[in-house]
Ligand binder design. Structure first.
Ligand SMILES: C[S@@+](CC[C@H](N)C(=O)[O-])C[C@H]1O[C@@H](n2cnc3c(N)ncnc32)[C@H](O)[C@@H]1O
Length: 679
């Protein structure tokens, strides 16, 4: 169940969605006209959809033409149609005298018994507004592949998003799960924020969005969009300057919405009708004079019956005429001519009605450029520092430590502390078996022993061999949920130094941006190992020592160069030489080549808050060009690729902020960022 609510109904945004409407099985829609406007009622097989309708058939149903509103002085009480007078009964006609005669001239009136009806074609509005029962959202075998047990079907979220937002709007889903909301929002050009307490969920969501491919919808605020709009509306393209602003929306398919009112108000119908009467009426007069009849427009037969059809001639009271005589031939010709002109009038009036019709946008059917593929735009994954338990009640009062409530709280707090200790213990057990991985196998740190250490931040002492000597590493474990910040590392390194350790090894799920620049305090190297997210489930994890559970991804070794021959004066280039690796055999930190790097990015004007990818380069060993080409199923410009597949950047202007940031990502998805001041 979906609850949609608003504080102020007047401000609510609602974009209706529509479903196609069909006559199949709809008893109201059992009438149709053929191409020459001759009326028929469907056979049961046709109505059930088992037998086709003739080509060009126009399905219609007789709609009420009266409403329950109380009538006023000017309302029509009697209207003449096909020689009979019709009253609205106890109700009121929906339009005035002029409107009714336009409907009549447009052949939109039907006399059903004593009631006047509006002939409403299925094509007047061939869709139905989707109401509050969404039976198209049920999971089917064809829906998205499920990556999360409680994954919501995309179609349900898509429908909610399309009904209540426009491109560029912001969508918040505080229970991210597999990220369906973000995935769908990204597809439809909405901005999004999503939150989850589970890292499993966030990891799935991140992978899902990063791997997504979307259609390329035509933006209204683009040249292609302007051209498409012109094509759809059959008008000259706008020449307004374009800015590619997604907030202007997409170019959508639309359906005509012809209403009784739009026909009643269409004065062009009068003009077209009058013009055609000049042809039709003289023909009718000739027919009546020739045959001695007094046929009104609506009484003229479609054609004269065949010569042998005696019954047919009798029905139209013309059995005195010899169909094979000159008179018979002439009458046939005149009637054919009259009908041709009559059909021409109808076509012209219908075209006028269609041209003046309103239309509804199909917000779920934007036009797309089939030759382009779109991937997700840039996004970040952030995490918060761990929560702290405060000694303050929900009512803002300090808690009396002796009150039962406080004791309960204390017990809960102790449980949490125990859980925390338990977490540290499990991590240490895994660390002991798995060791600390680096880019190359030979640089793995394997502990000969790992024992608890009663420090403030340092919780264990790990011993390992450096050549023949034994070295002591202080181990610092970050929080189970949260990020290690630079000050934590500084304090832990100080503690390690004071206690005579040789190195500090920090193990955490996440480090804040500033800690990446911190790699040494005095003589103590600070190694930052990233813990694999599997360790969140360490309780259930088989401790096999396999799998890269603790990985150090060192600082990138980067040179800032002059622009070189390609660039202009004062411009810069960046070169990545590799990533610093701690060599446990020698205790040295040395830069390792660029092959460990999958990709690297530059924010050429870093604002110290968020990293904006302004340059991206892909170094990858296994020809990422090839796999990207396969994914995108397209040829890429080899020259353009070469400039991306490089350890040296293209030249760029000096940053206005005075800082650039370089982010380097390895094949395991670990990333480090380094900020440089550039004057
Ligand atoms: C039913 S799932 C959402 C499914 C999601 N719509 C999808 O398509 O995958 C609910 C999610 O809410 C998360 N969650 C539960 N309590 C939460 C809380 N207090 N804050 C944020 N997320 C929470 C759970 O971890 C779970 O991933």
């Amino acid at each position: 169940m979906l609850l949609w609510y608003t504080k102020d109904k007047a401000k609510v945004k609602y974009r209706p969605l529509f479903d196609d409407r069909t006559y199949v099985g709809d008893d109201n829609l059992r009438f149709f006209e053929d191409e020459s406007y001759a009326p028929f009622t469907m056979s049961p097989e046709q109505l059930a959809g088992f037998a086709p309708l003739p080509t060009g058939a126009k399905v219609y149903h007789p709609n009420p033409i009266t409403s329950a509103r109380s009538s006023g002085e000017n309302d029509v009480r009697l209207f003449e149609f096909k020689g009979r007078k019709f009253s609205p009964g106890t109700r009121t006609f929906s339009t005035n005298e002029m409107g009714l005669s336009r409907l009549r001239n447009a052949d939109r009136l039907l006399a059903i018994g004593n009631t006047l009806r509006f002939k409403r074609y299925l094509d007047d509005f061939r869709v139905m507004t989707r109401n509050n029962i969404w039976d198209n959202t049920r999971q089917s075998g064809f829906s998205d592949a499920k990556v999360y047990v409680v994954q919501t079907p995309s179609i349900a979220i898509q429908q909610a998003i399309l009904m209540t937002t426009d491109p560029g709007d912001l969508i918040l889903d505080p229970t991210c799960g597999s990220g369906t909301t973000a995935y769908v929002a990204e597809q439809w050009g909405r901005r999004w924020i999503t939150i989850d307490t589970s890292r499993v969920a966030l990891a799935l969501a991140r992978a899902r969005i990063m791997g997504a491919r979307y259609p390329y919808y035509l933006l209204a605020d683009s040249r292609e969009g302007q051209l498409k709009e012109a094509e759809v509306t059959r008008s000259a393209p706008s020449s307004a300057p374009v800015h590619g602003d997604v907030r202007q929306g997409f170019v959508y398919e639309r359906v005509p919405h012809i209403t009784l009112k739009s026909i009643a108000n269409n004065a062009e119908i009068d003009v077209i009708w009058a013009q055609h009467q000049q042809v039709l009426e003289p023909l009718r007069a000739q027919i009546n004079a020739l045959l001695g009849t007094a046929w009104q427009e609506w009484e003229l037969p479609r054609a004269l019956p065949d010569a042998g059809d005696v019954g047919g001639w009798k029905t139209i009271k013309l059995d005195s005429i010899n169909p094979l005589s000159d008179k018979g031939h002439k009458a046939k010709t005149l009637i054919n001519q009259w009908w041709q002109a009559r059909i021409a009038r109808q076509k012209e009036i219908d075209a006028s009605i269609a041209a003046k019709a309103e239309f509804e946008f199909l917000y779920d059917k934007p036009f797309s450029d089939k030759k382009k593929v779109r991937v997700a735009g840039p996004f970040t994954v952030e995490s918060l520092l761990p929560h702290r338990v405060l000694g303050v009640g929900a009512d803002d009062e300090l808690i009396d430590p002796a009150s039962p409530k406080a004791m309960e709280r204390q017990a809960h707090y102790n449980d949490e502390r125990n859980a925390e200790r338990n977490f540290v213990q499990i991590i240490l057990e895994n660390l002991k078996t798995a060791g600390v991985q680096q880019a190359h196998k030979q640089d793995k740190i394997t502990f000969t022993s790992l024992t608890p250490w009663p420090g403030e931040l340092v919780c264990a002492e790990g011993r390992y061999a450096e050549g023949d000597a034994e070295k002591r590493a202080a181990i610092f474990i970050g929080p189970e949920f949260g990020t290690v910040a630079r000050p934590d590392l500084v304090a832990a390194a100080r503690e390690a130094g004071d206690a005579g350790f040789d190195v500090l090894i920090a193990c955490a799920f996440n480090y804040d941006a500033h800690s990446s620049e911190f790699d040494k305090l005095g003589r103590i190297p600070v190694l930052k190992a990233r813990m694999n997210a599997d360790l969140h489930m360490a309780d259930d994890l088989k401790n096999t020592g396999k799998g890269n559970l603790f990985v150090i991804f060192g600082e990138p070794d980067i040179d800032i160069l002059d622009a070189g021959p390609e660039g202009a004066d004062g411009q810069l280039r960046v070169k990545v030489n590799g990533v610093d690796v701690f060599h446990p055999n020698t205790g040295e930190v040395r830069s390792d080549g660029a092959d460990g790097i999958a990709c690297w990015f530059i924010d050429t004007d870093y604002n110290e808050e968020s990293f904006f990818v302004r340059h991206a380069y892909f170094l990858g060993a296994n020809d990422p060009y090839k796999s990207l080409k396969t994914t995108l199923k397209a040829e890429m410009d080899a020259e353009a690729w070469a400039s991306l597949n490089s350890d040296t950047s293209r030249p760029f202007e000096k940053p206005k902020s005075g800082r650039i940031a370089v982010k380097v990502i390895n094949h395991l998805g670990d990333e480090v960022m380094k900020v440089f001041r550039v004057s």
